[in-house]
Design a protein around this ligand. Structure first.
Ligand code: SF4
Ligand code: SF4
Length: 364
């Protein structure tokens, strides 16, 4: 005979986010019936609702289905108990960021507003120390040229080291997650091979095919699509800029095609974030169910984009406080990149792994 071992802290975490949703579910299964993304084999989210109410943390942490849910809200519309199963699942995903993140204490800090000054202060301190050591922590004379403040070589190397440090812990967490996925699989005989499954998932992600199935919140498709592609394009432009500092002309002129692409991507990203923020403000339910982690993710991404656009204008217009703005922009860039493994941002990798594994098992 096996006994259920509820994890009380886990239940407390979910209750904090989801209130009475955990105890009022009557397991009718309506949510599972209407979910277009739920596989036929072992569907969700009814089973997740019962696991959550029982505090079955280990089961949920290795459950690929919490990442197959896109929080569209279609199931909420048919729940006779006015529960929002998608939000309960989002809260479980939120717990995953803390659980798998390495070092784990950073994941916990990221969930608490009280530590926000520390979260911002750390990149401020690191950037200041680098500039101090390089002897450039002062406002340069003459036309605005950001490389006089933060030399390109130094910026590239420190940024690369930052990415490596931040993502090395992420890789350990993802490896652990992959093991948990295998351990919790209900289907043992794969229906496909990993690589074709991965490419099919990649196509789904790039086209946002799954988001298009949402009917309750159609705006989610556009908001997520714009944020996703805006960010991907900005990332590509950033890598080009790094190469340009080494091999081509830099800084780029306003009419440089790559610069234009970067600006379009920035506006795309900003529009997507604005839709997300606006929806959270006008939708009472969504506002109540958005936690600190959601807000931190959207607001830091929005500020990063806005500051990037302002810094660009400041350079072309030779504003006297351009370097101060540039410093703020660098802090925001470092904040977002450094904390990716510990925030909602990390979902892009967890979700890719979960979808690939589910495809491999023939569940989706
Ligand atoms: S529809 Fe509502 S009450 Fe029914 S199983 Fe889903 S969450 Fe529970
Ligand atoms: S929120 Fe959408 S994707 Fe998630 S379980 Fe409900 S219907 Fe399915």
């Amino acid at each position: 005979m096996s006994f259920i071992e509820p994890d009380i802290d886990f239940i407390k975490h979910l209750k904090k986010d989801c209130g009475s949703a955990l105890t009022t579910c009557m397991q009718c299964g309506n949510c599972t019936a209407v979910c277009d993304l739920s596989p036929k084999n072992n569907p969700f989210p009814r089973k997740e609702m019962i696991w959550a109410s029982w505090g079955l943390k280990e089961k949920l942490l290795g459950d690929p289905d919490i990442w197959l849910c896109h929080q569209c809200g279609d199931c909420s519309a048919t729940c006779p108990r006015d529960i929002r199963p998608g939000d309960v699942i989002a809260s479980i995903r939120n717990y995953c960021y803390q659980h798998y993140a390495r070092p784990r204490f950073v994941g916990k800090i990221m969930q608490k507003p009280a530590f926000l000054p520390l979260i911002i202060g750390f990149p401020v301190l690191v950037i200041s120390v680098i500039l101090l050591l390089a002897g450039t922590l002062k406002i340069p004379e003459g036309p605005v040229m950001y490389s006089k403040f933060f030399p390109h070589g130094l910026l590239n190397i420190s940024f690369l080291l930052l990415v490596l440090a931040s993502f090395s812990g992420f890789v350990i967490g993802l490896k652990q997650y992959w093991e948990n996925l295998k351990h919790s699989a209900t289907v043992t005989k794969p229906d496909g091979t990993l690589l074709p499954g991965f490419f099919s998932v990649l196509y789904t992600i790039l086209t946002h095919k799954d988001f298009r199935t949402c009917t309750a919140n159609r705006y989610r498709f556009w908001a997520h699509f714009m944020v996703f592609w805006g960010f991907v394009l900005l990332l590509a432009v950033t890598f080009y800029a790094i190469l340009a500092t080494l091999f081509f002309e830099y800084p780029m002129g306003f009419w440089n095609p790559v610069k234009i692409l970067g600006n379009i991507a920035g506006l795309f990203l900003l529009l997507g974030c604005s839709i997300m923020i606006w929806q959270r403000i006008i939708d009472k339910e969504m506002r109540a169910n958005s936690n600190y982690s959601d807000w931190l993710f959207i607001i830091s991404l929005s500020l990063l984009t806005v500051s990037g656009l302002i810094v660009e204008i400041a350079r072309f217009q030779n504003w006297s406080y351009a370097y101060h703005l540039y410093f703020v922009h660098l802090v925001l860039v470092w904040m977002v990149i450094m904390y990716i493994p510990y925030t909602k941002f990390a979902h892009f990798l967890y979700r890719t792994l979960a979808m690939t594994y589910s495809k491999y098992l023939g569940r989706i």
